[in-house]
Design a protein around this ligand. Structure first.
Ligand code: SF4
Ligand code: SF4
Length: 163
């Protein structure tokens, strides 16, 4: 039996922070069965943000953003990242309480990095504008993650994201 398949059968799925999978990743259960940790997706990623953790691919947004080019999915021979015409990330950004603007300090850095225009700034008391994610516009690309000076942004799987 494949060593990781054995591990999968034994280990309960962690309730800790969910992993951010690359575009078109199949459901977690199938991913663990299909992915053979060959690393082809890691090599194919033009922004070098795919890493293998515990033998499965994850996006590390501290290294950069996902351009949703689909090169990783096309490189995945076992189709753990499903080949499809449409490239999608099941991720969305979420802004946390350490945000400077929420704490009364003017900042729009995340908005400046969001090409999708998915971060709008709503006027609030004191003249400060507060960032707000527009869920339907956010692609989950992660471009806003690393530039935030307060590490206030998290990129969450859609099912985990309440904003
Ligand atoms: S970059 Fe960070 S601190 Fe600045 S407005 Fe965006 S979330 Fe807040
Ligand atoms: S994840 Fe990408 S699309 Fe979503 S808010 Fe951040 S920069 Fe914009």
């Amino acid at each position: 039996m494949h060593p990781r398949r054995r591990q999968f059968l034994r280990a309960p799925i962690s309730a800790a922070t969910p992993p951010r999978r690359p575009p078109n990743a199949v459901h977690e259960h199938r991913l663990a069965l299909l992915c053979d940790a060959c690393g082809e997706c890691v090599a194919a990623c033009p922004t070098d943000i795919i890493v293998l953790r515990d033998g499965l691919p994850e996006l590390d947004f501290s290294r950069g953003e996902c351009r949703l080019c689909g090169d990783c999915a096309r490189a995945c021979k076992p189709a753990a990242l499903a080949p499809a015409d449409a490239v999608r990330l099941d991720l969305r950004a979420r802004i946390g309480a350490t945000c400077l603007a929420i704490r009364g300090v003017e900042c729009r850095i995340c908005g400046d990095h969001c090409e999708a225009g998915a971060i709008r700034f709503r006027p609030a008391r004191g003249g400060i504008r507060l960032p707000e994610i527009v869920p339907d516009a956010c692609t989950g690309c992660g471009a806003c993650f690393a530039p935030c000076p307060e590490a206030a942004i998290d990129i969450h799987p859609i099912m985990e994201c309440s904003t």
